[in-house]
Write a protein that binds this ligand. Structure first.
Ligand SMILES: [Fe+2]
Length: 510
């Protein structure tokens, strides 16, 4: 890999590079104010009728508090549960048009001695600081076209809102379009942009890195519209062990991937990228998976040792955000992985919640699926694990290895609107689910599997997450025995306030 290639990719940026030169000129005629104000009015009108929509409302300032514990917290569960999600959607009377656009609000739930304390604050990104000072949105967001101010690079737009990852003794707020942002593990104060190597400055670094059991980190950076995909392997000390760039025609949004012992597995949904700098990046993604010209979803397998494409498989056209895990069999002749496949263009559907429109619940439209790739035949076989699923996770010690359990949320069929209300640990060999439904008025966020010290099996540990009690306007930390989810939570730790709904997080044992 020659370093100049990274610099070329950087110029392309998120496919938004063309805006950079014209952003200042366009600022005077920024026609986005109207739609942002319309979205604001629609949402607040809907929120008055439906208070549960508060999970899509923002917060102001920072939060700090003590939770009231119901049940009993396990004595051997000690540490920080770090989480991240969008916390500011509105400024100057305008509201973002997509859930992914809000500024990052990082949180730390600390569990120790039967007590739970909580802290949350906004990440002081350059974007957050500039826009707070201006009292209005200035820079383009993923799903909202804003062009009031020109920008220097991808990090000018960095919302740092997707994941909060402990790695190598440090803590990073992640956003897939630009750099990781260093965060103080105790105070959550913002350190600054992390540059892994000088030539990688402001490169996209996805919010879903995979940390192998040996402590090294694999990640990618997607450049929709540039047809290039950056790959990284980073050591525990922060050094770049491998970096590469592969050409991938028709590359669209890539949000997550899976890592096996020998392979990196990417799934590319069929989108065309419209070349229109008046639109946001989300709006420029045109679904190409239906009609007579429908294209397949591609599974692109990259060999870890060479960072070259080994094989491309076709799946029926589906959208994907999240993966569980991958593992190789038969000396690398077969790879298995699990992920959640969505019917159709989920990117557009996710935008409507910002207007206060609840999506109908269609459990068959988003399924956890196991895929088996056979390199000799070129065939990809799929088997459904669970309907209505999202946010898959596995135990950290099985990343890239044979795994047997998948933690995943789901939306019960009794639920009228698309709100995840059930936690599950699924046996990926049989599809059998061990489940607990929180019930009406609850909105469940991603749950993670936390091993007990010296755990021998994937069931030897806890399932830890956050659930929003929308009837009471309160956020609750949840702890289940990973082997007995259907027995209900071991403990619930209830805050006296509501925290922003997070996308992703990770537990760091004390
Ligand atoms: Fe994600």
């Amino acid at each position: 890999m020659q370093r100049r290639h990274f610099l070329q990719a950087l110029q392309a940026g998120l496919g938004l590079g063309a805006l950079a030169a014209t952003g200042i000129a366009r600022a005077a005629q920024a026609g986005t104010g109207q739609s942002g104000a319309d979205t604001y009015r629609l949402f607040h009108s809907a929120l008055r009728r439906d208070p549960a929509l508060a999970v899509y409302a923002g917060v102001e300032g920072s939060q700090q508090g003590q939770a009231v514990v119901e049940g009993r917290l396990p004595a051997d569960l000690r540490g920080a549960f770090y989480r991240n999600g969008p916390g500011r959607f509105e400024l100057g009377g305008e509201r973002y048009r997509h859930w992914f656009d809000g500024d990052g609000f990082v949180q730390r739930w600390y569990i120790d001695g039967g007590r739970v304390t909580h802290r949350g604050r906004f990440v002081d990104t350059r974007k957050f600081v500039d826009e707070s000072a201006a009292g209005q949105f200035l820079y383009p967001a993923f799903g909202t076209h804003v062009a009031r101010r020109g920008f220097r690079d991808n990090d000018s737009m960095n919302a740092a809102n997707t994941n909060l990852l402990p790695f190598g003794g440090k803590l990073y707020a992640l956003w897939e379009g630009g750099s990781a942002t260093e965060i103080d593990p105790d105070t959550l104060a913002t350190g600054g942009i992390k540059t892994w190597r000088n030539d990688l400055q402001a490169m996209p670094f996805s919010a879903h890195p995979k940390i192998a059991p040996d402590g090294t980190l694999w990640n990618f950076g997607a450049l929709p519209g540039s047809d290039r995909l950056a790959l990284y392997r980073i050591g525990r000390d922060g050094s770049v062990l491998q970096a590469g760039m592969i050409e991938l025609p028709k590359l669209a949004l890539l949000h997550d991937f899976a890592v096996s012992e020998r392979h990196l597995i990417f799934v590319v949904p069929p989108y065309d990228i419209r070349d229109d700098s008046e639109l946001s990046l989300a709006e420029r993604h045109i679904w190409a998976g239906s009609g007579s010209q429908a294209r397949p979803t591609r599974v692109v397998v990259v060999a870890k040792d060479t960072l070259a494409v080994r094989r491309v498989f076709d799946l029926p056209p589906r959208m994907v955000f999240h993966f569980g895990n991958a593992w190789d069999e038969a000396g690398g002749a077969v790879t298995h992985f699990d992920l959640v496949l969505h019917d159709g263009d989920e990117l557009a559907a996710l935008g409507h919640v910002m207007e206060g429109v609840r999506e109908p619940n269609r459990p068959a439209a988003h399924r956890a699926v196991r895929v088996t790739l056979d390199y000799a035949s070129g065939r990809a076989a799929t088997a459904t694990l669970l309907d209505g699923a999202e946010f898959p996770r596995v135990m950290p010690q099985v990343v890239g290895q044979r795994h047997r359990r998948l933690a995943v949320l789901s939306s019960d069929r009794r639920n009228q609107s698309l709100a995840l209300d059930t936690v599950n640990v699924v046996n990926v060999d049989t599809g059998q689910a061990d489940s607990w439904r929180f019930g009406a008025g609850w909105r469940v966020e991603e749950h993670v599997l936390v091993p007990r010290q010296g755990a021998r099996t994937e069931l030897d540990g806890y399932l830890v997450g956050v659930a929003q009690d929308t009837a009471k306007g309160a956020s609750v930390l949840t702890v289940f025995d990973a082997a007995r989810v259907s027995a209900g939570p071991l403990a619930l730790a209830r805050l006296p306030y509501r925290t922003p709904h997070c996308f992703h997080g990770n537990f760091l044992a004390a």
